[in-house]
Ligand binder design. Sequence first.
Ligand code: GEK
Length: 244
Amino acid sequence: MSEDTIYKADRGSEPFRFDDKVAQVFPDMLRRSIPGYAASIEAIGSLAARYVRAGTNCYDLGCSLGAATLAMRQGISEPGCRIVAVDLAPAMIERCKQVVAKDTFLPGLMTDVDFVLGDIRDVEFVNASMVVLNYTLQFVDLADRGALLRRIREGMNEGGILVLSEKVVDENAHMEQLLVDLHHEHKRRHDYSELEISRKRAALENVLIPETVAAHRARLQAAGFSHSAVWLRYFNFVSIIAMR
Ligand code: GEK
């Protein structure tokens, strides 16, 4: 796994982009930056085993290098399914194809994967039993998030599930400061320097827009999901399951 050294360099005021440099070091970046990331991937596999029905579609929205796609594929135990893996960044989707092509885990079921280079706001959702937004909605314009979730819900079958993982903010300023401090401490423990942490933070300003857990759950309810629950929280990162 290539080491993420991107913000060892001064990149000036350049906003964060999912380019080739980022794609090359992405697994290391996510592992060291997102507390709970590995747990989210593991649970996506378990949830796929429970909720994906025969002959249905699964969507990995903002798939990056396909970690959630592989977890779903390894978890699915029903025949005739299809996974649609979507990402806006050419560097990500190209590498994702290579990663998935090398997946040799499965003894029997080889669920097909369709790769889509495009915006998740343009995807048509049909016959879906599982939809994954693993740390992706936070990059979508705030104004578009509600409509996207409504369309996802409309394309889901009864009993289908959505996994929504996000960086969040706390309503309380003191709590928010504590959670940010703990996250930065976590990054220092994973060998990011103070300078790398502050450069990355500046680059993500206005690119990654976090919301409160309450805002996410209210939007899910407004989109028509019957209920939702936070199943993972690690500092200011959460993962929510919502049921159709
Ligand atoms: C994982 N889910 O490993 N349409 C399509 N893709 C988008 C959009 C959009 N509108 N906006 C952002 N992306 C992955 C990790 S990373 C999380 C997801 C992170 C894509 C973007 O190109 C990137 O690949 C991904 O969403 C977000 O489980 O970097 O913190």
